[in-house]
Design a protein around this ligand. Structure first.
Ligand code: ZN
Ligand code: ZN
Length: 327
């Protein structure tokens, strides 16, 4: 059983699958992403693997009639992007610059391929890191969901940036970029990207990455921008990991424009949601966050941004960065 169910109250689609319950038991130290198995082979630097228990499948059957409720076929693709053959690396900042460039190229290539598929409406590329948010496989990897619908959060961003564009004749993201560059929340910049804590951060150490150039998809990145994106991603993770001198658990999402239609008012961006508020303290999404989808922020964002700037400088002493930490 695999289907999409529509929530008429919120306008969200829920991906329902019973396939995942059939996950076979695996011996404790078996890693499905390490080279050398039947599935992974060898001789690669980055690897696109099908999710063995996908929520979405291009071969998904048409669901039974839902009566009053709306259902749809769970069409799409779920894949894992293994970022290195080395099992023991901890995060993107442990990858070499060249290896990270390979990861960004993989993101670009999967976008190019799935953008040509008329059945894909939206591509979610994301990374979950840390036991605290339920990651059991520590071998560095990201994931992609090629969705047959546009998710609610993306629809909201699209709607608001479209309105801003109509009203003021400018891209909302380009404007935010311009504003944040002047602010004390700017953390790092290189030739093509800015890393900053947004004015409207939800999580205590939330950081965003915007390309300076007004583009909508990863497919538009040129050679230099791919190099700079690899750089700023390594800086972002190195900064988060230097903050409390421990590995930071987080969720990272890449936001591109949907695949059908024109989105000249939209702007590619990446968001990190780190879940620690202190070295050993987690920020939970609870009553307000889950109940209202609005956030409480304990503290002063600008003070936390200052801590991130300091962490960036600390990380820069160890790493070999292409740009500069803001001061
Ligand atoms: Zn492994
Ligand atoms: Zn823009």
């Amino acid at each position: 059983m695999r289907e999409l169910r529509y929530n008429p109250l919120t306008g969200q689609w829920i991906m329902v699958s019973a396939v995942r319950k059939e996950r076979p038991w695996r011996p404790g130290n078996f890693c499905p992403f390490c080279p050398g198995s039947e599935e992974t082979g060898s001789g690669w630097e980055v690897l696109l693997l099908p999710n063995r228990f996908p929520m979405l499948d291009f071969k998904a059957e048409k669901p039974q009639n839902g009566g009053f409720y709306r259902k749809a076929r769970a069409i799409g693709q779920c894949s894992v992007m293994v970022e290195t053959p080395e099992h023991n690396l901890r995060d993107l900042d442990d990858l070499s610059h060249e290896q990270m460039v390979g990861v960004v190229e993989l993101w670009k290539n999967v976008t190019m391929e799935l953008k040509n598929n008329p059945r894909v409406a939206y591509l979610a590329i994301f990374r979950n890191k840390g036991e605290e948010i339920g990651v059991s496989l520590t071998h560095p990897h990201g994931q992609l969901y090629a969705l047959p619908f546009i998710p609610l959060k993306a629809r909201l961003k699209i709607e608001n940036s479209r309105k801003h564009y109509k009203r003021f004749g400018e891209c909302l993201f380009c404007r935010i970029l311009e504003e944040e560059m002047k602010e004390e929340r700017a953390i790092y910049e290189n030739g093509s990207f800015l890393l900053f804590m947004p004015f409207f951060a939800n999580w205590p150490f939330e950081v965003h990455i915007y390309p300076r150039r007004h583009i909508q998809w990863l497919t538009q990145l040129d050679r230099g921008e791919i190099e700079d994106l690899a750089d700023v991603l390594r800086v972002a993770t190195a900064t988060l990991n230097a903050l409390f001198e421990r590995q930071m658990p987080y969720v990272m999402n890449v936001y591109q424009a949907p695949f059908k239609g024109t989105y000249e008012f939209y702007h590619l961006h990446i968001e990190f949601y780190p879940v620690l508020r202190d070295r050993d303290k987690l920020k939970y999404a609870a009553g307000i966050e889950l109940g209202t989808w609005d956030f409480t922020y304990d503290g002063v964002p600008e003070e936390n941004a200052r801590k991130l700037r300091e962490a960036c400088k600390k990380a820069a002493e160890r790493g070999n960065f292409r740009g500069t930490c803001c001061s």
